[in-house]
Design a protein around this ligand. Sequence first.
Ligand code: GCW
Length: 680
Amino acid sequence: PKDGYELWLDYSSIESSSKRAEITSLFSGIYFFGQGPTQQVIQQELRLASQKMMGRDPVFTQERLNQTQLWLGTREELAQVLGLETQMQIRNLGPEGFWRGSIDFQGKTYYAIIGNQPIGVLYGVFDWLKSIQTDTFDPKSEKTDAPKVKLRMLNHWDNLDRTVERGYAGFSIWDWHRLPGFIDPRYIDYARANASLGINAVSLTNVNANAFILTPDFMKKAKVLADLFRPYGIKVFLTARFSAPIEIGGLKTADPLDPEVVAFWKKKTEEMYSFIPDFGGFLVKANSEGQPGPHEYGRNHAEGANMLADVLAPHGGIVIWRAFVYSHEIDEDRHKQANFEFEPLDGKFRDNVIIQVKNGAIDFMPREPFHPLFGAVKNTNLGMEFQITQEYLGQATQLVYLAPMWEEVLRSKTYRPSPTSTVAGIIDGSDSGQKLTLMAGVSNIGTDRNWTGHLFGQANWFAFGRQAWDPNLSSEEIAEEWIKMTFGQNKDILAKTKEIMLESREAAVNYMNPLGLHHIMGRSHHYGPAPWVEGGRADWTSLYYHRADSEGIGFDRTATGSGALNQYAPEIANSWSDPTQIPEKYLLWFHHLPWDFELKSGRSLWEEIGLHYDQGVKTARSMKSEWDSLQGQIDPERFSHVSQLLAVQVQEAEWWRNACLLYFQTFAQRPFPEEIEQPQ
Ligand code: GCW
């Protein structure tokens, strides 16, 4: 039965006989260079794909030129045999770039996949296999590709006891208890899946970190994973708890300027590299939500990050320091805090530090305007943090394809450093000029048989990897690839599934947080609606964010309110300060407006809120009926899994709409628009 375990690497059998013959012939004579671990991985993947697609093993050779159909190797290796400097254009594409296309040699035409390094060959092979799976392989056309972002990274929020913070797909796949002795085969499939997307870094542990990961017992376990992942081009990072010198080092302080503390980290780092010689470095959450950090000692983020950066630098390691900081002790809009703390430190961080910034200033809401740190700093490496796990987007019961959301953020214009700059251009370095670039995604992976809980959660893992490779890819193109690789070539499945995916995120925004509303979900678990949450810490209440009263609704972040809008470039601050000019999707994020405020449609704000919630429910229903119309075309297991979850999603959409509208009506004191289904 189809249980989703194979992910998008299903390699379903090729049905068209002419295509099958063409591919079979290429697999029947692979002139294969090199013997290293990455080469072995390439051979294994080709063997698996060949067996599944054609039911036979591929033939590899290192001598039989007359048998050769397909060349695989590095540029240098090919040059040796072919006696010509092949494919010059990939020379500048870096270690991960590849070229694939046909080569004419001594009167015969061959197909070739060439990388500068073995890892580039692996990426080229995965890309080629994808072209077969998606039925876009054309031996006559060439393709050159290389990643635009240097570190394409998954962040697991996995605890050492195997619970996963914000994980909805079972327990952590890291079986710490049975490591280092037992190697779960799943680790290899995990590495294959990531490498197929070009994901090249992984932080294994929760940012709410446990210092014990930095003890030798755990380092030995992490080493096993690092050794397994290395041939797939994946580097291991760990989270560092800032107070580790106290917890596992026997010191009284974790002050980053204390020589004993520095000595502790230096020794720890050396120990780490003795186990994992290519260890990536530390990911740190400091002085946020109760986590320890440099502030306890009167030091700033740069002093904290640089201390770690200096001990990592001799080993080639880096520090990824998170900008997700806020605290309720300061009576200030939470939206503004990261800029407050990090803007003054611009230029003060070492070159091997990256500040990892969430896509928006609050917290992975269904829709957020881009984070104002993008564009605000000029001499600091900034990395993107997206959340693949759907903490605020229906968790693993809802189908919400996140690529359109990420695309919206990446394409947002920042107007800084130059008038044409975008968020994508800042994080891939093309606008910011930064060399060390990063896109991180908080993983949605767990022990569930299908990895992600909801089958369509796989599409979000997939899309994250694709957008990290190339932040300019469109979410539609990515959806098409994933659907074909997951469900095959059926046109009806493609058309309907694509439509469902592409409308799913806007649907979720509509039935959860339309028109710029945010953070009105259940307290702490963040599941389902709870706009009524009040009491205790203000910035964890819903009232703090929606501010509904008898007059109106929304958070005034203009100059008359918190002023957060001023953290953006003047081009944005000026036009968005005007409630008639700001894109309506961000309206209540920045403005508190009367219930009768007139929107572009000519309707009142109150009516539009009602229509948006109702539209969300309608789309959820049509997603369900669209999917159900595919019955019989999709295998019963996956069909039923998705169909049942979509039924839950429809109920939850209704729950959101009814709860929010009935609650807001207690302030607005107005009837619902007639054309919507009346909430009850
Ligand atoms: O989204 C919030 C989550 C916390 C998380 C925090 C963070 C890891 O609710 O669970 O902690 O963000 O990003 O640090």
